[in-house]
Design a protein around this ligand. Sequence first.
Ligand SMILES: [Zn+2]
Length: 314
Amino acid sequence: MILRLLDLHGMEEKSLMEMRGIFLTVIAAGVVVVAGSAYGEKLRVASLHPVATDLARRIGGDRVEVVEIVRSGGDPHHFEPGPSEIRAVAEARIVLAAGLGLESYLPKLMAATSGGPQYVLLGKSVKPLRFPATQGSVEMADPHWWQSLSNVSAAARKIRDVFGEADPEGRDGYEARASALLASLESLKEWAALEIASLPKSVRVLVTPHDGFGYFARDFGFVTIPLMDIKATNQPTPQRVSEIIAKMRARGVRAVFAEQGENPKALSEIMRETGARMGGELIADGPGSGGVRTYEEMMRHNISTIVEALRPAP
Ligand SMILES: [Zn+2]
């Protein structure tokens, strides 16, 4: 509308047009402010993790615009923000990150956007598990907190509170939508416990490409045998493969799992050596691929795949 008015005056004298241009820009700025308060400008949230994106959309509803910085289905371990992503983060009011060291670029991003958005590291809402120190690495927190349903409930409560503080007028809505989400997570937890109860303790072993299921294993009494630690991008060493094969033989493991985007060749060798079969593909790092759009769908998919693959034949 404002731009069109400016165009209409395009045929007038240049100096006059400039004056009108400045005047109309001032008016336009005023209009934006008025519109912001009168119609409720959306709370702008930048998300650095697919699970945070899903929770923010569920809790935020129509009042929140969630800008996906790390896209659903993307690899949050090896992401680096470019100039356009840094700009999008700077324009946000709130930034949701997984935290616990997952976003190694976070200090740089915070420095580049200092004085701008409020950063919320959701991993701070949970009690972290730790990866033990290995040769050449120090002990570090396991960032995959979202593989625990209880942790995700804690993260959802945090998002509800942060949204309510940033946008008090929307607080009732955030609370209502968060309550519905928390109830849904509770029933998912009951379903998961029932499903996994059908697996004897002795078969609860997860052989997976990367070490992303520590929290899941803790909650449901599994042992994890990952092929690689979370920093690794290449194949496991022959020594590591031998260790995995020995561990699997000792426990009589009958199935291994692939992961979205990560299917190391070593998995085939391990299957050949142990006679274990492919149990299916698990999703470790968040929804967004393989037709799985939400966090809850991801957990249902993983649990169904695991139970199907490991349940002993009747
Ligand atoms: Zn991961």
